[in-house]
Design a protein around this ligand. Structure first.
Ligand SMILES: NC(=O)c1ccc[n+]([C@@H]2O[C@H](COP(=O)([O-])OP(=O)(O)OC[C@H]3O[C@@H](n4cnc5c(N)ncnc54)[C@H](O)[C@@H]3O)[C@@H](O)[C@H]2O)c1
Length: 337
């Protein structure tokens, strides 16, 4: 068993934005081609505790060298007040020859980077004919920051970021962090979510809202909303938008805004396309310039496996991680059957 901790994972993934986006793109294409197995994520919730949860995301990615495994990710929003990140996770990769677990990786960095890469990829592929020079980020946490890093990697003209958070001190600290990391980037703190929605034609939602609180009425026509936190937008806004998803069966669950929109309308006709089909199409995607487009990625476990596999492959020649040779039982003895 190879164990790769957070430092190992960061060492491989830092500065590897191009490779990470390519791995996410490949995972989406494989999913669109039916070369994945992706059971529904399992949501473990606790009695009398609506806030906390742990999600299991098992999957199989039919690469030339296939990958199978699971991400097990906890969300405890109260952690942030105690100085810990909301999310923590582990990824297990299994051998496709024996089924045996082969690698255990710290998963929260993998998870946040694959999420950011999927949002940035969508921003690049669902691009408008007018290049994006600004982005609004609603929700100033870990995911928002990673998304900004990846957007900067794929959208070279990005010069301004407008941020909003329910907690203004978090928005201000986020803006200060952005200025320190990217000195040339202009940062603004918006007074309201609506001001942030109106500021740019590219918007990212990465809040911890559990129920819809935002309509897209304040957005300009032609805006692309990266609806990463999945439960912010009202069902009416979803029904009025051009919707692109990662997987309709996955995203219309667990009280996401799309799930509520499906319950409202009685069908899924409001979903226009999957990101995999857009990536696989021969013609470039043309974003509607007169409507709002919403990308809602449920977050497929195959993306985590793609990144975990990338980390494992790069870590081995670098000698990263800890090997535990006796973690698993040795060869079965005849007596054990
Ligand atoms: N779709 C995916 O693949 C995927 C993957 C990972 C995380 N997520 C989601 O992304 C979200 C953000 O995760 P994070 O790790 O950055 O969380 P975080 O706790 O680090 O940050 C969330 C921020 O949102 C703010 N916020 C909460 N409600 C708000 C509201 N109504 N308006 C504005 N700001 C609000 C909080 O104050 C906080 O600063 C979570 O909902 C998480 O489930 C989605």
């Amino acid at each position: 068993m190879l164990i790769l901790g957070t430092g190992d994972v960061r060492q491989v993934l830092d500065g590897a934005e191009t490779e990470v986006v390519a791995a996410v793109r490949r995972a989406y294409l494989l999913h669109d081609q039916g070369r994945t197995a992706l059971p529904h994520s399992v949501f473990l919730r606790f009695p009398d505790d609506p806030r906390n949860r742990i999600i299991g995301l098992p999957g199989y990615l039919g690469e030339d060298e296939p990958v199978a495994g699971i991400k097990w990710i906890a969300s405890f929003p109260g952690n942030t007040a105690a100085g810990l990140e909301r999310a923590s996770a582990a990824v297990i990769l299994n051998s496709m020859a024996t089924g045996r677990p082969e690698a255990l990786l710290e998963g929260s960095v993998i998870s946040s980077r694959r999420t950011a890469a999927s949002a940035a990829l969508a921003a690049a592929v669902l691009a408008s004919s007018v290049p994006e020079t600004g982005v609004s980020l609603i929700g100033c946490g870990v995911i928002g920051f990673e998304i900004l890093a990846y957007l900067r990697a794929v959208l070279p003209d990005l010069a301004t970021v407008t941020v909003f958070d329910l907690d203004r001190s978090r928005a201000e600290a986020f803006a200060a962090r952005c200025e320190a990391r990217w000195p040339g980037l202009k940062t603004e703190v918006a007074a309201s979510a609506e001001d942030a929605l109106a500021a740019h034609r590219l918007v990212t939602l990465a809040t911890t809202a559990a129920t819809p609180h935002l309509s897209t009425d304040a957005c300009r026509p032609g805006t692309l909303v990266l609806h990463v936190s999945l439960r912010d937008l009202t069902p009416e806004s979803i029904l009025a938008a051009v919707n692109v998803v990662d997987d309709a069966d996955h995203v219309c669950r667990e009280s996401t805004s799309l799930h509520l929109a499906e319950q409202h309308s009685g069908n899924r006709d409001f979903i226009a396309a999957s990101i995999g089909s857009v990536l696989g199409a021969e013609e470039p995607y043309r974003r509607a310039e007169d409507r709002v487009t919403v990308f809602s990625p449920f977050g497929l476990g195959t993306l985590d496996l793609a990144l975990a596999d990338l980390v494992r492959r790069r870590a081995e020649p670098l000698g990263l991680g800890t090997r535990v040779p006796d973690f698993l039982p040795g060869p079965a003895s005849g007596a054990d059957g």
